[in-house]
Design a protein around this ligand. Structure first.
Ligand SMILES: *Cc1c(COP(=O)(O)O)cnc(C)c1O
Length: 364
């Protein structure tokens, strides 16, 4: 058997007619930038997440930048986040000349450990960016409570968790600002780059809307120093179609995850989703010793795997200037050596799941 990791092509095949028509309509109208589909997509996002304001933008990375610019992050400000995430979470902090301050993760959820946050807060701390890693939100009640106590903003990096729930509320709408990504391989992906920011705060919404259009208030009049951060109309048109069917995709991902866990839990450390939340399974990641060997054996029988992420951010070359060292965040370091993602998409068949699980278990 030869397994496809994400089956991105199948997502198109399923709704090809509708997607093709939606794209053709944008081209026919030449409404490539900020066309009607952009605002209809934003309305659909608000309906889906419950957030009062949904503002589409050019990527998940730019969503994080918009959020931090909106709260006026300045050089030297400190922002607390996890070292066990994709580079964009901390890169955007550093890009604004603010300082990423890392806090280790919880060994079960792989998300930031809220019990370690307070010790990292200083007089320069402005915000906390919890990452809803692999699709599961962090302990938002605890994190929002700490933020209230110290007057900080919480920005959820929900690039992997669009559609998941925390205590009945949708990810992207469980903190001051939520940021997501529609990169093709994310659970809700478009046909290129895309993202969105979410908030219930009118003032922040107004600023972020303006920042994504070069800080303008009206054409050629600029109140803020902003950026070219729009979502293409074609991407909005594709996303409008895909969002209609997204709940079904989420359910299928959750079923795949459930089947994996049933087959693997005796032999391996499988993912744990806490009772009061759900995951959209951006990744299904298990922990194994001798990961290189395991990956090679799986590869030889047609099973692709990936590692999210092999090196925690405090040990990345680009962050050497922050002066962290090996041993500073032992949980992140241990997990990054053992974690391995299995093929995950809504189209995995039972026979494929069984094949993957059997081959994996047989290694041990
Ligand atoms: C993908 C991702 C991003 C960046 O999103 P892009 O759309 O690729 O810019 C940020 N944070 C996390 C956790 C991600 O997984």
């Amino acid at each position: 058997m030869k397994i496809d990791f994400a089956k991105l092509g199948l997502a198109y095949v399923e709704h090809k007619k509708e997607i093709d028509a939606a794209i053709a309509k944008v081209i026919d109208n030449s409404s490539f930038i900020m066309g009607a589909q952009v605002s209809s997509f934003e309305n659909n996002l608000s309906r889906y997440t419950g957030a009062k304001h949904s503002i589409s933008c050019s990527s998940g990375t730019d969503a994080l930048l918009l959020a931090m610019m909106a709260i006026d992050i300045q050089p030297g400000d400190e922002i607390i986040t996890t070292p066990f995430t994709f580079i964009a979470t901390a890169e955007t902090i550093a890009f604004l000349k603010a300082k990423p301050v890392f806090v280790d993760i919880d060994e079960e959820s792989y998300n930031i450990d809220p019990s370690k946050i307070e010790a990292a807060i200083t007089s320069r701390t402005k915000a906390i960016i919890p990452v809803s890693l692999y699709g599961q939100p962090s302990d938002m009640t605890e994190i929002n409570e700490i933020a209230r106590k110290y007057d900080l903003t919480v920005i959820e990096d929900a690039a992997q968790s669009f559609g998941s729930e925390y205590k009945g509320d949708k990810s992207c709408n469980i903190s001051s600002i939520g940021c997501t990504s529609f990169f093709p391989a994310k659970p809700l992906g478009c046909f290129g780059d895309g993202g969105a920011v979410f908030t219930n705060n009118d003032k922040l919404a107004e600023i972020m809307k303006s920042l994504r259009l070069h800080g303008q208030t009206e054409r050629y009049f600029h109140k803020y120093v902003g950026m070219g951060g729009r979502l293409d109309t074609i991407q909005a048109a594709v996303l409008n179609v895909k969002l209609k069917y997204y709940e079904e995709d989420v359910k299928r991902r959750q079923l795949v995850a459930q089947k994996y866990t049933e087959l693997l839990k005796e032999k391996l450390i499988t993912p744990i989703v806490k009772d009061d939340r759900t995951s959209v399974w951006a990744q299904y990641s298990v922990r194994v010793k001798n990961r290189d060997g395991v990956q090679n054996k799986l590869k030889s029988v047609g099973i692709p795997t990936a590692v999210h992420y092999p090196r925690p951010l405090h040990l990345q070359e680009c962050f050497e200037y922050l002066n962290y060292k090996e041993g500073d965040f032992p949980v992140s370091e241990m997990v990054s050596k053992e974690i391995m993602s299995l093929p995950m998409n809504p189209y995995l068949k039972d026979e494929e799941i069984n094949y993957i699980a059997t081959n994996l278990i047989n290694i041990f």
